[in-house]
Design a protein around this ligand. Structure first.
Ligand SMILES: Cc1cc2nc3c(=O)[nH]c(=O)nc-3n(C[C@H](O)[C@H](O)[C@H](O)COP(=O)(O)OP(=O)(O)OC[C@H]3O[C@@H](n4cnc5c(N)ncnc54)[C@H](O)[C@@H]3O)c2cc1C
Length: 460
């Protein structure tokens, strides 16, 4: 960093309420770290925003000094675009205020909130909206890419529940985007990621949920995967939208309800979630137990908030991660066989193949209603390459890529941008499909110079 730039940051410090963190700051190392330990970049300047007014100052400073801008919500994204090399990181993780309007069932959420922050604030009033399944994920990145979770079958994607946003655009101007104001920008923000500006507030619609729901896991041996997956495929066709069943193929973690000798063995796990009458839920999930001879299960009534954190212990920050994802409208036998084949050669105890079921409300939204257009997707199939030691990078990445390639022929078109790695920029146009042309037009209008380019980039 040049002495000129260091001097200039003195002015920046005076113009923002938040902290300006430079490389010599004792907090720098902690602040630049994000969830995926594979990403190791060193911004020249980090502005830890305290209020939305800090954002235009940070953008102006970066542009005047020729610095690339990266935007950080909670820093969870696999591609690691939240942090840049040698540029300016606009760190929003320090802005976490949430206001709930109980009467109108709305939440007004600052961009640094994690899913845990959000769920806790709204569940205090018995309310929720669909968000992801790992509570340390950021509400910001999740929403801007689409967002799905246990409530998606019933209430749609996170963006289907977004009512408005406040955005600071590349020229530092604050805009409100909603169906009635700057509707083109609102259209683009619902799926278009960080391409159009820095979102400083999200307004969400809320629904009554819980506080108790029925949820848990049923664990079968991996050698029964074929019959379990075939029955799963049939079961979910007619399951009501209050019921969501996701699947994970992996090595068994040391869960207390599993016998010790099962730990570390290949398993197929059904993760079950039902938000409705408990007795009805028990009846609905009963057939799942007959899919095979289970190693064990742990299902029961529990607080929604607790279930929203159930997978956190498997998804802690600091591991190395390489994930890829396809959408599916159906699973042919060949797709199931491919999953089982790759689950039988997991390269690390943390690697997994994962099916998220999103069929339901999200499919009833027209594909051109907003930037996220995969309205035919019934399942999201993820390969989670995850390991600790850099020495295993090559093997684990090769396994994830090989599975992705082998399962591609059975996938539907498009991809979910929130699960794309940094080496997938060639998939961005395909990810948006027919909506891409309109995204380019909107990008030209709101960010013609591509100031916000460290993302799954839509080039103006
Ligand atoms: C363990 C794990 C579990 C996950 N589970 C789910 C899931 O269940 N459902 C699901 O839908 N997704 C899930 N995801 C994907 C997740 O939605 C994305 O990783 C998302 O980008 C994370 O948001 P973040 O704010 O934490 O990320 P960040 O890395 O901080 O941000 C990602 C990108 O979003 C943009 N951005 C962030 N905040 C703003 C803002 N305020 N204004 C403008 N641009 C911004 C930037 O371009 C940034 O690079 C999961 C990811 C992980 C790693």
């Amino acid at each position: 960093m040049t002495s000129l730039l260091i001097k200039a940051t003195e002015n920046l410090k005076g113009s923002v309420k938040g902290k300006v963190v430079l490389r010599d700051d004792p907090n720098y190392e902690g602040v630049r770290k994000i969830w995926n330990a594979m990403i190791d970049r060193r911004p020249a300047v980090i502005v830890r925003c305290a209020t939305e007014d800090d954002v235009p100052s940070a953008i102006r400073f970066a542009r005047q000094n020729g610095l690339d801008i990266s935007i950080r919500g909670a820093g969870h994204n696999i591609a690691g675009n939240a942090v840049c090399e040698g540029g300016m990181m606009i760190d929003l993780s320090t802005m976490k205020n949430i206001r709930v309007d109980v009467a109108r069932r709305r939440a007004y959420v600052e961009p640094g909130a994690t899913l845990a922050d959000f769920d806790e604030a709204v569940q205090a009033h018995g309310l929720a909206t669909p968000v992801g399944i790992n509570s340390t994920t950021g509400i910001s990145g999740l929403t801007l890419g689409g967002g799905f979770g246990w409530l998606t079958r019933k209430y749609g994607m996170t963006i289907d529940n977004l009512a408005s946003t406040d955005v600071i655009t590349a020229n530092g101007k604050k805009l409100r985007a909603s169906e009635n104001e700057n509707a083109d920008l609102f259209w683009a923000l619902r799926g278009g990621g960080g391409n159009f500006g820095v979102v400083t507030q999200f307004e969400f619609k809320l629904h009554p949920v819980g506080p108790e729901i029925l949820a848990g896991l049923i664990v079968f041996p991996l050698d029964q995967a074929k019959r379990v997956l075939r029955q799963y495929r049939e079961f979910v066709e007619s399951a009501p939208e209050e019921l969501s069943v996701w699947v994970v193929l992996r090595q068994a973690p040391p869960l207390p309800f599993l016998a010790k000798e099962v730990h570390g063995k290949g398993v197929v796990v059904l993760a079950v979630f039902y938000a409705g009458d408990m007795a009805e839920g028990e009846k609905l999930i009963a057939p799942l137990r007959r899919f095979g001879d289970a190693h064990g299960e742990h299902i029961g009534a529990q607080p929604y908030l607790q279930w929203q954190k159930a997978f956190d212990p498997l998804l802690t920050p600091g591991a190395r991660n390489y994930w890829k994802s396809h959408n599916f409208t159906e699973f042919r036998d060949e797709a199931l066989d491919t999953m089982i084949q790759f689950a039988n050669r997991l390269p690390s105890p943390q690697c997994e193949i994962f099916i998220g079921l999103i069929a339901g409300a999200a499919n009833r939204v027209p594909a051109d209603a907003m930037a996220y257009g995969h309205r035919d997707a019934k399942f999201v199939l993820n390969v989670h390459g995850r390991w600790d030691d850099a020495a295993h990078d090559e093997t684990c990445i090769a396994w994830a890529r090989a599975f992705f390639k082998a399962s591609a022929p059975y996938a539907s078109a498009g991809a979910y941008v929130n699960f794309m790695t940094e080496d997938e920029s060639d998939r961005v146009a395909a990810a948006y499909g027919a909506n891409y042309a309109r995204l380019i037009q909107t990008k030209r209008r709101y960010d013609p110079e591509n100031v916000f380019h460290l993302n799954q980039n839509i080039k103006p």
